[in-house]
Design a binder for this molecule. Structure first.
Ligand code: KG4
Ligand code: ZN
Length: 338
């Protein structure tokens, strides 16, 4: 019997995502975002995000079905993000997923948001090799993980950020630089015409024996703010600041990821999460991996940031691994550990 079509639902932050996956293949997906509604506050407002999911969920599921040329009745299983994320936002996705699974009489699976980011890469590039090193860099996370079988084996956490996540650093510094929200893409765009060597920003925890695979970005954020303050009364050379900040972040991220691969004898590095969309993170990772003979995998841009396809990808792996479905009284876990 062929594998069922899995609907994946993502609602942990400001994106409402739905994706349809069968046997490792993406059939269609759709996305709605409440980002514009948060922009004037400079960050995601949980209540606004939750309400936006209520409106977006059903139309987004329909658009994903339309994109795949499928009907609701074709869905054979439902997978949904249960955490980590904003609790109100997660609740909306989970309630919708439960309603669909119950009405369709199909199994329901809970998915860890970060496992979703890792699985996103399988949709573009096929199954992940065992083992592989995964660098997750998003607005909420910066972690180095040693992954074997994503749904069967425990993930080994090698390191984490000790304070801000890399995406958070981009978002906060962008605000100081007067760039629009979300800051990551704005820094990336501004950096295109800047000089990455213009400002000697620090490389936090690089070479630290006690924190070999940990990261820290709050000092970098402060350094960028001080640099901006130093220009009071003069025009701030934003492109140079953006390019230099991006260079510092890309440098520490890729340096530690490649060192972790070497130490653990792993020959594949997967870079996932919203910050994997950053052009300098991508180019420096490519350069460094090529130099030491590591295969680099980065999901297609549209699958790097939050989406429903990545949740469907984990659901599809769980179904094919014969995992036990979740009960209909499953709860969210906003601060889920990996
Ligand atoms: O994975 P994601 O969509 O949501 C979370 O789970 O956090 O990541 C969002 C983060 C934001 O901080 C955003 O500024 C950052 O990813 N981001 C970027 C770029 N595109 C998105 N950061 C740097 N350069 C980019 N091109
Ligand atoms: Zn995410």
């Amino acid at each position: 019997m062929s594998a069922p079509i899995v609907l994946g639902i993502e609602s942990s932050c400001d994106e409402t995502g739905a994706g349809l996956v069968r046997g490792g293949r993406l059939l269609g997906h759709a996305l709605a975002s409440s980002m514009d509604e948060h922009a004037r506050y400079g960050g995601v407002i949980p209540e606004i995000a939750a309400r936006a999911h209520v409106h977006a969920l059903r139309p987004v599921v329909q658009r994903a079905l339309d994109a795949a040329g499928l009907r609701l009745s074709d869905i054979g299983a439902v997978a949904v993000t249960t955490g980590p994320g904003l609790s109100g936002a997660l609740q909306v996705g989970l309630a919708g997923a439960k309603a669909l699974a119950y009405a369709l009489g199909v199994p329901l699976y809970g998915v860890h948001h970060l496992a979703g980011h890792v699985a996103a890469d399988t949709l573009g590039h096929g199954p992940l090799p065992d083992p592989c090193m995964v660098l997750i860099v998003s607005g909420g996370h910066t972690s180095l993980l040693l992954v074997r079988d994503l749904v069967r084996d425990p993930i080994v956490h090698l390191g984490d950020t000790l304070d801000d996540a890399a995406g958070e650093c981009f978002d906060k510094v962008a605000r100081v630089f007067g760039l629009p929200y979300p800051g990551g893409p704005a820094i990336d765009r501004a950096a295109r015409v800047g000089d990455p060597r213009a400002v000697p920003f620090p490389r936090p925890l690089a070479g630290s024996p006690d924190h070999r695979y940990d990261f820290s970005f709050s000092g970098l954020k402060t350094a960028a703010a001080r640099w901006a303050e130093g220009h009071a009364g003069r025009e701030l050379p934003v492109p140079d600041g953006a390019a230099s900040l991006q260079e510092a972040v890309a440098d520490v991220l890729t340096r530690k990821a490649v060192e972790a691969c070497a130490e653990h004898g792993v020959d594949t590095l997967v870079v996932v999460g919203g910050v994997a969309a950053n052009s300098r993170v991508r180019s420096l990772a490519e350069e460094r991996c090529r130099t030491v003979g590591i295969t680099l995998r980065v999901p297609p841009l549209r699958l790097c940031t939050d989406n429903g396809a990545m949740i469907a990808a984990v659901g599809d792996l769980l179904v094919r691994a014969g995992a036990e479905p979740a009960p209909l009284d499953m709860s969210i876990d906003p601060s889920a550990p990996l």
